[in-house]
Design a protein around this ligand. Structure first.
Ligand code: FES
Ligand code: FE2
Length: 338
């Protein structure tokens, strides 16, 4: 799937950058091939504008914060979060004020410590995660670009057949390559996947899980939100809950920004965040290594291109749901005049 050529994908919210990264000034981000400047105004509200000043087309992401708005770094024209030029410093004081000049602005919101952006009317809301009202602690893990299609990363996270091989050095059990059974409930914008996966419990994990046994079982409930967001909630036999939110925000056809954070039902004293991140770093790097070797133009209609096995059901379902959403979207578009 070529993300930059699939207009439907503009109609979703994506987490694009941790809010904390914007404390000192604006930053650039490429979303679906479109260059944006992200920033936070004096009222703490997020903004996403096209990253070109309307004066001499300098990048606004080279600018700075002034008077609670964004100033271009070239001649200092000031923009509010709607993208309107509200001050031209070169003008005399009696001619200052909001102008009719400006740049395109996009929907921006703040949730879960991230700025989220949608380039067109979103089809779905930013998901509500039950762990937040439950008071679980949140641990920020990774914010890094991968040379990989978002769909590849998404299907990998619902793939019970890869643990024994990709994760053979961490928790995978090569002696048991048979994938665990899974059940799926389909929704209009994704699905809920349930599975119970027996895994090894290596030394590094024993302390984090507060369990001494050499093996354990992951009770997994994972929700896929089309197109590139999933939350995996793992419950261990001792009641510990470890939920992982992973977004593969589409930078362009070949690159995804991996945004990952975790919710834990235990405390910092039970398992220090630093150790939780260190273990997930190993596991995530194992996935990254293999996923960056896959092709980035993912065929949605798989006929004859990729072979499947039963454990690929979630990935096959993702493609089917995306194809349906694309078809529905195209059917709603006005027919171009001859
Ligand atoms: S290029 Fe931005 S103010 Fe001149
Ligand atoms: Fe994996």
């Amino acid at each position: 799937m070529l993300v930059t050529q699939t207009p439907l994908l503009q109609h979703f919210w994506y987490p694009v950058m941790p809010v904390a990264d914007l404390a000192e000034g604006p930053k650039p981000f490429r979303l679906l091939g479109r260059d944006l400047v992200l920033w936070i105004d004096g009222e703490g509200q997020p903004a996403a504008l096209d990253d070109r000043c309307c004066h001499r087309l300098a990048r606004l992401s080279k600018g700075f914060y002034a008077n609670g708005v964004l100033a271009c770094g070239y001649h200092g024209w000031e923009y509010d979060r709607q993208g309107v030029v509200v001050r031209v410093p070169q003008r005399p004081v009696d001619r200052q004020g909001r102008t009719s000049m400006g740049v395109t602005s996009h929907r921006a919101d703040i949730r879960y410590g991230y700025v989220w952006v949608a380039l067109a009317d979103p089809l779905t809301a930013i998901p509500e995660f039950e762990e937040e009202p439950a008071g679980f602690r949140q641990i920020f893990e990774f914010y890094e670009p991968w040379s990989c299609a978002g769909l590849r990363l998404m299907e990998n996270s619902f793939d019970n057949a890869h643990f024994a091989f990709v994760h053979r050095a961490s928790f995978g059990d090569q002696g048991h390559p048979e994938p665990a059974k899974l059940e799926i409930d389909e929704f209009p914008d994704g699905f809920l996947f349930r599975s119970e996966v027996p895994v090894r419990n290596p030394e590094a994990q024993k302390a984090l899980l507060n369990m001494d046994s050499d093996t354990t079982v992951r009770h997994m409930r994972a929700r896929w939100y089309a197109p590139f967001l999933r939350k995996l909630r793992i419950t261990y036999p001792n009641g510990l809950i470890h939920s992982i939110v992973t977004a593969a925000t589409p930078i362009d056809d070949q690159h995804s920004m991996v945004c990952q954070w975790v919710y834990r039902s235990d405390t910092e004293a039970d398992a220090p965040a630093e150790n939780v991140i260190a273990f997930d770093r190993v596991v995530t790097s194992e996935d990254k290594e293999i996923l960056e070797s896959t092709t980035w133009d993912v065929p949605l209609d798989q006929t004859g291109v990729e072979m499947n096995m039963p454990s690929d059901k979630p990935g096959v379902m993702m493609r089917r749901i995306l194809l349906r959403l694309i078809d529905e979207y195209q059917a709603q578009q006005p027919v171009a005049a001859e």
